[in-house]
Design a protein around this ligand. Structure first.
Ligand code: PMP
Length: 468
């Protein structure tokens, strides 16, 4: 063995011996990956194995994963039916990459997906396989609506999140992520989303939602309102990144009415809410609205990248090749997606999401009663948000306390220390978000809440004591 001669070499060897393999990977990541990396900053975990909602890290620690690949893993990690479907394709010798050619795997996926759609859309619907990410599908939906209507403008909402490509980014509400690249597109008209806890009209409840709808209709009908007839309205039935904000059913129905009456295609982004997450298979089902376009990704690929739009056939105005892309034929994702869609449906996991989610919400509300720093607890199904507030600051004119992003970050760290992975979101990053798999057991749900409760207790004491 060659002797280690130089001082830097010796130092390297010593430091390599001192740190674990996982730490070395984290160090190399910090040195080599973009400053734009996100989850990796607040969750310094090196996953090496995972099953269901349990993730095991390189250092042997185990975590309950309430991030689920940003809401992707409806069945948790490595569910047997997903693995079996992937192995089935691999063992069959089928091609893995086929552009947009027809295959039995794709045919089965389309059939399984259509079986889940609102009947009106399934009967008169078309599907476009997009590039692999949610943002690709949002982009496609906007482009389709622009082509079909011959108009450019878009109606989008405060707090919206639709992705990182140009049109999707312009529709996104967060000016920090939009940066200068996603310059506020002059063609995007921003409308108020009914955010009950921080109602933009200062009234909240049904009245706040009514005012949001009224503002929308008024703006569209006012000949001097400054808004050109738009190509589409784009909305999330439950805002995810915006802070887990469920839109009231009546408001959604009103948006459907307003858009239908004015010939504006309604595009619902179900990228995060889809496949049972919110207690119904698709979030739109609760209100009964049928959108003109649905944007689907995340869970439909059963943990692999897949994104599609489904839309009413009268919008099918594209010429051949009008919306192309190399990676639209991911066979493994389609097989994993088919298995996931079928499993969720056959086992009514959306109902399970509703039941477990309701119990979790109720326990979290109990927790809020003991911790004034929990300003609001909300959600639908297994899409849950806990908004943290600064109890030492003055409330605004309408009684709401300011968001507490530092406290939320501390809660996330304390949760991690206790073996719980949670995500932050919301307007100021002050909402702790829970997106567990729909397969979560009752015991796991209790464990998640025990760990979160302990994290909130420790973090609120620490932050109050100035140790944040
Ligand atoms: N729409 C919604 C509602 C989302 O939550 C996301 C991702 N969080 C996207 C679109 C973008 O998806 P992707 O990150 O796969 O591009």
């Amino acid at each position: 063995m060659a002797a280690i001669s130089s001082a830097p070499e010796r130092q390297l060897a010593e430091s390599a011996a001192d740190i674990t393999a996982g730490e070395a990977i984290l160090r190399r990541q910090a040195q080599r990956e973009s400053a734009a990396r996100t989850y990796a900053r607040s969750l310094p975990v090196v996953p090496v194995r995972a099953r269901g909602m349990t993730v095991e890290a390189a250092d042997g620690r185990r975590y309950l994963d309430c991030l689920s690949g940003a809401g992707t893993l409806a069945l948790g990690h490595n569910h047997p039916v997903v693995l079996e479907a992937i192995r089935g394709v691999l063992d069959s010798g089928a091609p893995l990459h086929v552009l947009d050619l027809a295959t039995p795997v794709k045919d089965a996926f389309t059939t399984a997906l259509f079986e889940t759609l609102p009947p009106e859309l399934a009967e008169h619907g078309r599907i476009q396989f997009c590039g692999p990410a949610g943002t690709d599908a949002v982009e496609a939906a906007i482009k389709l609506a622009r082509t079909a209507t011959g108009r450019g403008g878009l109606l989008a909402f405060s707090g919206a999140y639709h992705g990182m490509t140009a049109a999707a980014l312009a529709a996104t509400g967060d000016t920090a992520v939009r940066g200068t690249v996603g310059e506020p597109d002059a063609r995007v008209t921003r409308l108020p989303y009914p955010y009950d806890y921080r109602c933009p009209f200062g009234v909240g409840g049904d009245r706040g939602a009514e005012l949001s709808a009224r503002w929308t209709a008024h703006l569209l009908d006012d000949p001097k309102g400054g808004v050109q007839p738009p190509a589409a309205m784009l909305l999330e039935a439950v805002q995810g990144e915006g802070g887990v904000i469920p839109a009231p059913d009546d408001w959604l129905r009103k948006m459907r009415e307003i858009t239908a009456a004015r010939g504006i295609p309604l595009v619902v982004d179900e990228v995060q809410t889809g496949v049972g997450r919110t207690g119904t298979f698709w979030a739109v089902e609760r209100s009964g609205i049928v959108p003109d376009v649905m944007v689907l990704s995340k869970a439909i690929g059963g943990s692999l990248p897949l994104a599609v739009i489904v839309y009413r056939d009268e919008l099918d105005v594209w010429r051949p090749g009008a919306h192309a892309g190399t990676f639209r034929g991911n066979q493994l994702a389609m097989a994993a997606g088919t298995a996931t869609l079928r499993y969720v449906r056959e086992n009514a996991l959306h109902e399970r999401a509703e039941a477990v989610g309701a119990r979790m919400l109720s326990r979290l509300r109990g927790l809020a009663a003991h911790h004034p720093c929990i300003g609001d607890v909300r959600g639908r199904g297994l899409m849950i948000g806990v908004e943290l507030v600064d109890t030492e600051a003055d409330p605004d004119d309408y009684g709401a306390l300011p968001a507490a992003p530092q406290l939320a970050a501390r809660v996330q760290q304390e949760a991690l220390r206790r073996g719980l992975i949670v995500e932050l979101g919301g307007r100021h990053g002050a909402v702790v978000r829970l997106l567990p798999p729909l397969t979560i057991t009752d015991e796991q749900a209790e464990a998640v809440l025990d760990r979160l409760a302990a994290a909130v207790a420790t973090a609120s004491t620490a932050v109050r004591g100035g140790a944040a």
